[in-house]
Design a protein around this ligand. Structure first.
Ligand SMILES: [Zn+2]
Length: 334
């Protein structure tokens, strides 16, 4: 192992773009299917993994939603989250904000309460047993109607203290941020922080980023690397210190590459870009593998890797004490 690999392993990390349903590894999917008496059309976890063949966002989403069918009970959601937390703690992740997609579950008859209680219990155990600080971000599915998102937002209010913010994901084509303006306005009134996906190389991506910044007034943007094509938006995001949660290995599956040069340009331009894993069970890389992929592609230095983590400290939604603790750890590395 090179000195830099060793450094990367030990680096205290933050993960800000992680769909918990996207951490469902084939082995766990088989275990949950068996527990819930669900038949899978594959003979083994290896065969299932080999079947992953995504070349754009819609083809990925088809497999992603199909995978979730095995998640039925509170314990299933606990086990899903716990498996990810153990993995993250093993990669020296200190703090993570995880997305969950309640509509993908309530839409097939699993209660919101079931989903969130499983995640919440895992979150508390993660802090106690793994010293991993976790917060939850509830995402709305943008290919559904805003009325469904609003109903989900209202359904979340009894659990308001368990959820730090709201996001927007799923198929971006024809589903601009503006479609959910009212939902996000209400979410802001309820005290949620706001983020939205602007996936890489999507139709009208620059306009979607503009709507996020100027109409929805988000606190962060997920992906958003196409902001480089618009100097005005770039300047605005820099001025407002908006975090951009890039996901290089995911980009490699659904676009023409990792977008590593774009990530470096954003970093050097003073944008609050971070490196994350998106849906690691499907794309084959957790946060360490994503950082390693960018490091190799760009020959990043230790200093660059620390800068990425400092960006994550600044743009994350952790309590000040957690931010201070991770910053102090990063200081000791330099
Ligand atoms: Zn995502």
């Amino acid at each position: 192992m090179s000195d830099l690999d060793d450094f990367l392993l030990k680096l205290p990390k933050i993960e800000l773009h992680l769909h918990i349903e996207g951490t469902l590894e084939p082995e766990l999917r088989f275990r949950l299917a068996e527990r819930n008496n669900i038949e899978l059309p594959y003979s083994s976890a290896a065969e299932l993994r080999a079947s992953y063949d995504f070349d754009d966002l819609p083809s990925f989403l088809t497999g992603y939603y199909d995978g979730m069918r095995v998640l039925r009970t509170e314990q299933d959601f606990y086990d899903l989250a716990w498996a990810y937390f153990e993995k993250a703690a093993g990669q020296n992740v200190r703090y993570t904000e995880i997305f969950f997609d309640p509509q993908a579950h309530t839409g097939r008859g699993v209660a919101f309460d079931t989903v969130i209680r499983g995640l919440r219990r895992a979150q508390l155990d993660g802090r106690r047993l793994l010293h991993l600080h976790v917060q939850l971000i509830m995402c709305f599915l943008r290919d559904y109607q805003p009325e469904f998102a609003m109903a989900t937002l209202l359904e979340s209010l009894p659990y308001r203290e368990w959820i730090v913010g709201v996001g927007l994901d799923s198929d971006e084509r024809g589903n601009p941020p503006r479609k959910f303006a009212e939902v996000f306005h209400r979410a802001r009134e309820e005290g949620y922080l706001l983020t939205m996906h602007c996936d890489v190389d999507q139709e009208n991506t620059t306009e979607h980023i503009r709507q996020c910044l100027h109409e929805i007034e988000v606190d962060r943007i997920d992906h958003g690397v196409n902001i480089l094509t618009d100097p005005e938006l770039l300047a605005e995001a820099r001025r407002r210190r908006i975090g951009l949660t890039a996901c290089p290995i995911s980009n490699g599956w659904v676009s023409d590459g990792l977008k590593a040069p774009e990530i470096k340009r954003l970093l050097d331009a003073g944008l609050k870009v971070t490196v994350n894993s998106d849906d690691p069970a499907y794309f084959g890389g957790y946060v360490s593998e994503n950082l390693a992929a960018v490091q190799r592609a760009l020959e990043l230095t230790r200093h660059d890797l620390v800068r990425l983590q400092r960006n994550a400290v600044e743009s994350c939604w952790a309590p000040p004490a957690v931010k201070d603790r991770i910053s102090a750890e990063l200081d000791r590395l330099c």
